[in-house]
Each structure stands twice: as C-alpha cells, then as structure tokens.
Design a protein around this ligand. Structure first.
Ligand SMILES: NC(=O)c1ccc[n+]([C@@H]2O[C@H](COP(=O)([O-])OP(=O)(O)OC[C@H]3O[C@@H](n4cnc5c(N)ncnc54)[C@H](O)[C@@H]3O)[C@@H](O)[C@H]2O)c1
Ligand SMILES: O=C(O)C(=O)C[C@@H](O)[C@H](O)[C@H](O)COP(=O)(O)O
Ligand SMILES: [Zn+2]
Length: 361
C-alpha cells in the first residue's frame, strides 16, 4: 500500500492511498487509533452507503459504532448540524477515546472534524475522503470548521486527523461536476509550489478527466505530499507559509458567501478566484501574461468557471474579503504568484486594482 507520511511530532499521521480496498479501513483505523473502541461514523446522504461499509469493517475490527447522516451540500457546514453531531456523541456516551470517522467530501470532513476538535475538548479523528477535493486537500492538514452566514469557515479549529484513508475507487460514483471541482485545488498546487506538476497536468489533462486509474493515483498522491510539506512547516498558519494554500481563496470565499453557499461548489469558486489572483498579480507588476494564460487554459479544459458573476455586488464582495482570515486590521491581503510554482503574501494591493479585476469578463 502506498502512503504519504505527515510529520508533525506527536500529531504525525499516515495518509493511506489505495484503490478498491473497502475492507482495509478497519485494520487501518485499528492501527491509527489503538486506544479507541468506539466510533461515530459521519456521512451525508450521498455517502451513507459507503459509510455503511466502513462501519462494518470498523465493527469487525473491534469498534462499537454509531452513525449520523447529514444532508448533502455546503449548507450543512452550520452550527445547527454541528449540534446534531454533539447530540449523537452524547447519545452514544462518547468518551475521550471515541473517534469521529468522517466518510464524505470536504463538508462532512470539516463538520465532523470540528465536532471531533471540540466535543469533550477533543476526540480522535479519522478521515475517509470520498470526493476528489477531499482526497487532495480537505482531509489533510487539520483545518476543521463551519461557515458563518456572512463568511466561509469563520468558525473552526486546527485538529489533525489520526489517519487518512484514501480509496480512489470511492470516486467511481462521484458526479463529473464534483470531480472537476476538486481539480481546481490540484491546479492550485502546481501554480503555488510545483511547476513540473503543472506541466504534467497540462500534458495529462485528458487522462485525468477520464479518471484513468494510474493518473488519478499519481495526482492524488502528489497533491497530498505537496500539502503535507507545507503543513509540516507551518501547521497552524503562524509563519505565513501555510497561507500559500489559500491562493485564490480570498476571492473564492467572497464568491461563495455572496453567491450563497452551495451555488458554486468550493472548487469552482477557487478556479475563478485563481484567475482573479493571477490577473491581480499581472496588474500589480509581479508577472507577465503567460502564467495567467496557461492557468486559464487549464481551468477551462477542466470545465471550471473563470470569472466573477456580474450580478454579485462589488461592495459586498470587498466587504467579505476584508473579513478573510488572512486580513489584518481590515486590510486586504492576497496570495499572488511571482512565477509559476511560487507565490507570496501581499498586503499592498490597491483596492482599485481588485475592483478592476473583479469587473473583468
Ligand atoms: N479543511 C480544508 O483544508 C479544506 C480544504 C478545501 C476545501 N474545504 C471545504 O470542503 C468543502 C467542499 O468539499 P467537497 O468539494 O468535497 O464538497 P462536498 O463535501 O459537498 O461533496 C460534494 C458532493 O459530492 C457528494 N459526494 C461525496 N462523495 C461522493 C461519492 N463518492 N459519490 C457520489 N457523491 C459523492 C456529496 O454528497 C456532495 O453532494 C467546502 O466546504 C470547502 O470549504 C476544506
Ligand atoms: O489547508 C489550508 O491551509 C488551505 O488553505 C486549503 C484550502 O483549500 C481550504 O479551502 C481551506 O479550508 C481554506 O482555509 P481558510 O483558513 O481560508 O478557511
Ligand atoms: Zn480550498
């Protein structure tokens, strides 16, 4: 079995990368959670049947289980749904060794992860991602949380999982739109950290869209390694390094908030956000036109949106951006590319340039 190791001292963990090994979750959980004898399995309406299989293999490996199925979609990352998970943990008499096992996409992972971070002041967490986005990004690194009605992910905590079990066969049932949404975060890794990986994505875009198994495993594995490398150096986004993973997200979170949660998928918003960020970098004199052109072409090939919607009020978008978690003293801050494979944090971008970029078709 392939794996990616995340080195974080006592919070280190393994990301197992498998294909069509549904019975492997239980033994993996047994190794990752040696002290746990109970688990709450969280899924959504579209992953409940995968979660049933996971539950069976957990039981076969010595876990007493309970389960909760939440509604599918971004609206579920809410305090109300979080409260339902606390109720389920209470009902099963959870103690500090009871694990939360999140079987689903980023919504289930962020919500279940935040319940694990906070119930009894912290329970062990196992991630079983079932979307492309969750496999390449949200299941790794320990960001958990829910949305505030006026801002994405404003309520949350850092809480690393004890392990991540990726089975790329789970993607067999994932609809195309959700799959493509995950590819936005993959393109992000190429732009921010790894030019050869970006070249690779351009060269193999067709195979990736066709979900060719070897291409899929390579892309998922490389994405996890790239994210883990950043998280290992700046686990809690304290030095500014981890903020590179937020490329495109100042715009993206504003699009998701102003457009209404669940309108655009997260990856769709990230795609348009990265196009805006590259344009901003160009107008700020950091890069020439080529990076933006290549990024735009790849995102277009992946069928992702590449511009803000004209009906979204500019003032509202800017107001949301000022409350972004990277903002300091209400000042806008952006992660911008300085060349393909390298980005930096900038806090000196004039608001007028941001407005120009948002207005561009
Ligand atoms: N914590 C982090 O580091 C991090 C990173 C990136 C994104 N996120 C968050 O992740 C969320 C987006 O995650 P997502 O794109 O996975 O969305 P999602 O969790 O809403 O899943 C997308 C859709 O696919 C369905 N689905 C999931 N697995 C399936 C499967 N195997 N077969 C069929 N349908 C399936 C879901 O029910 C849902 O309808 C956003 O809230 C975003 O903010 C968090
Ligand atoms: O893991 C990170 O760090 C990221 O920024 C990954 C992003 O893709 C992800 O969308 C994250 O949830 C955004 O973080 P936030 O702190 O801006 O809410
Ligand atoms: Zn993201």
């Amino acid at each position: 079995m392939e794996s990616v190791h995340v080195r974080l001292g006592p919070r280190s963990y393994e990301i197992a990368l498998t294909t069509a090994q549904p019975a492997g979750v239980g033994p993996f959980a047994r190794r990752a959670l040696p002290a746990s004898t109970a688990a709450l399995v969280v899924s959504d309406a579209n992953t409940a049947s995968l979660a049933n299989d996971v539950e069976a293999t957990l039981r076969a490996n010595g876990f007493r289980t309970a389960s909760v199925t939440v509604p599918a979609g971004e609206g579920t990352k809410s305090l109300a749904e979080l409260s339902n998970l606390y109720d389920a943990l209470y009902a099963m008499t959870a103690d500090r060794r009871t694990a939360v096992v999140a079987v689903g996409g980023g919504v289930v992972g962020d919500l279940g992860g935040f319940a694990a971070a906070t119930y009894n002041r912290g329970l062990p967490l196992l991630m079983v991602p079932t979307t492309m986005l969750a496999m390449v990004d949200s299941s790794v690194g320990g960001k958990t949380g829910v949305n505030h009605p006026k801002g994405k992910n404003l309520i949350g905590a850092f809480h690393q999982p004890a392990g991540v079990w990726i089975d790329t066969a789970f993607l067999d049932t994932l609809p195309d739109r959700e799959f493509r949404s995950g590819l936005a975060e993959v393109v992000k890794y190429g732009v921010i950290l790894d030019e050869p990986f970006f070249d690779d994505l351009e060269a193999n875009a067709g195979d990736l869209l066709a979900r060719e198994p070897a291409t899929l495993r390579h892309v998922v594995g490389r994405s996890c390694r790239l994210k883990a490398d950043v998280v290992e150096k700046d686990e809690r986004e304290e030095t500014g390094l981890r903020a590179v993973l937020n490329y495109g997200h100042t715009f993206a979170h504003a699009f998701e908030t102003v457009g209404g949660y669940g309108g655009w998928l997260h990856g769709e918003a990230v795609a348009a956000g990265m196009v805006c960020a590259a344009r901003l970098a160009e107008r700020h004199g950091l890069i020439g036109p080529v990076l933006g052109q290549r990024q735009l072409a790849l995102l277009t090939k992946f069928g992702l949106p590449t511009a803000s919607k004209p009906e979204w009020p500019m003032d509202e978008l800017i107001a949301v951006m000022r409350r972004d978690k990277k903002a300091a003293g209400g000042n806008l801050r952006f992660i911008l590319p300085t060349r393909l494979g390298e980005v930096r944090l900038f806090d000196d971008v004039p608001e007028a340039l941001v407005r120009d970029v948002l207005a561009a078709p």
